[in-house]
Design a protein. Structure first.
Length: 416
């Protein structure tokens, strides 16, 4: 069996020796990202042409998986050449990336004999961890749902997670406008239509999404009048496929929570709030946004019981946005905290300060605040919120259990 080995450093050299002992013909040993780079730009030089020639003649490509090393172009080229790919996945995000392409992930210290054995397609998907859905909701009055949804997605993507950002607002979609993305493309509505037909795949989601840094975005409706396209069944099915697409799917939803069955004559007809209700029903975690002013807090307190009725036992994390002393006076945080505890029974609250300069700069450049002002008070508060309420700290025992064995595998983990 002819093998191309794309693994960095001494780990690659040792693995090549083990493969040769198993009878494999190791044609070349290159860096982890070299095959993907050669496929992306075949005219880069003679080295890239040589590597492509070896890849075309090979039977197996062993590659240290990573966002830059395992790409759609490389997988497509290997499919054309008839080359099987064995990805070495040191992290859970790398494992999910391999599964997204229909590949069977291997641990970084997998024995050479196991890498040479073919894997049945069904085994590639067996036991793959599924992603979460996080819905960002807030009452009417612009408490900052879209802004916090964008910043939350950017913060989750900082540590290597694959994150998707979805605009499921059927009343006033604004995600594309806020981030400078084109909304003429298919976006989330197209994903919903394909999900209804049962043809939506992770590859299709990757194709129709738009990149926003490390976040993949499914833009919303370009005209609010198209809201019937976001039916309850469609949104639920699309979000289920999103669980296999990314680690975390952040969904920006509209404020209204009313169920209007009693005021619509056609009981089987579309519902304007179906997308919001479906996203909240599918969510593993709900981030509820409160505007830090008397009107915003009052609206949230009135709508909170209805939110709890919709989400049931799903955890809800309350974020008080635009916190400042102007509309509340002295001890603004204490006043909001006591009000929410007394009238809504909410004890755990996170505060995001008002940072007008950073938000204005982000709107001016149509980019996230985390990209424009990474040291802003808003970004720092969101970082604390994610660490405390969204991504609980991993126990040391779990870290020891998940850490690859050996110094070479640990080095691969750092460089992947």
């Amino acid at each position: 069996m002819r093998v191309v080995l794309a693994v960095d450093g001494r780990h690659g050299a040792l693995l090549a020796e083990d493969l040769r002992l198993e009878g494999a013909d190791v044609r070349t040993v290159v860096g982890a990202g070299d095959p993907a780079a050669a496929v992306a730009d075949a005219m880069a030089g003679p080295e890239a042409a040589e590597l492509l020639a070896e890849l075309a003649r090979a039977d197996l490509l062993i590659v240290a998986a990573g966002r830059d090393a395992l790409t759609a172009e490389l997988v497509g080229a290997c499919d054309r050449f008839g080359v099987r790919i064995a990805p070495l996945c040191a992290r859970e995000t790398d494992q999910r990336l391999a599964v997204m392409f229909g590949l069977h992930p291997h641990p970084p210290d997998a024995p050479a004999a196991a890498l040479l054995l073919p894997v049945e397609p069904a085994e590639a998907l067996a036991g793959a961890p599924r992603g979460r859905v996080l819905a960002v909701w807030g009452p009417g009055g612009a408490p900052g749902r879209t802004t916090l949804a964008v910043e939350l997605a950017c913060e989750l993507a900082r540590d290597g997670r694959r994150v998707g950002l979805v605009d499921a607002d059927a009343h006033a979609p604004s995600l594309a406008l806020a981030t400078g993305l084109a909304d003429e493309g298919p976006g989330f509505a197209a994903a919903c239509r394909q999900a209804e037909r049962g043809t939506l795949t992770v590859a299709e989601l990757a194709r129709i999404s738009a990149p926003l840094g490390d976040v993949e975005v499914l833009t919303g409706l370009n005209r609010p009048g198209r809201w019937p396209e976001l039916s309850h069944a469609r949104v639920t099915a699309a979000l289920e496929v999103c669980r296999d697409w990314v680690d975390d799917t952040v969904v920006d939803v509209a404020a209204p929570l009313e169920r209007d069955e009693e005021i619509v004559s056609d009981l089987d007809g579309p519902r304007r709030n179906a997308a919001t209700l479906a996203a909240l029903g599918s969510a593993d975690l709900v981030v509820a946004v409160v505007a830090a002013d008397p009107v915003g807090v009052s609206r949230f307190v009135r709508d909170h019981p209805q939110l709890r009725a919709v989400v049931g036992a799903t955890p809800v994390r309350v974020v008080v946005n635009k916190t400042r002393g102007g509309p509340l006076g002295i001890d603004a945080r204490g006043q909001v905290r006591r009000t929410l505890e007394r009238f809504a029974g909410i004890e755990d609250v996170w505060f995001v300060p008002w940072d007008g300069k950073a938000v204005d700069a982000a709107l001016l450049s149509a980019r996230p605040v985390a990209h424009v002002s990474p040291r802003s008070a808003l970004t720092g508060a969101l970082r604390r919120f994610v660490g405390e309420a969204v991504v609980p700290p991993v126990r040391q025992a779990d870290l020891r259990r998940e850490r690859p064995r050996g110094r070479l595998a640990a080095r691969l983990l750092r460089t992947a």
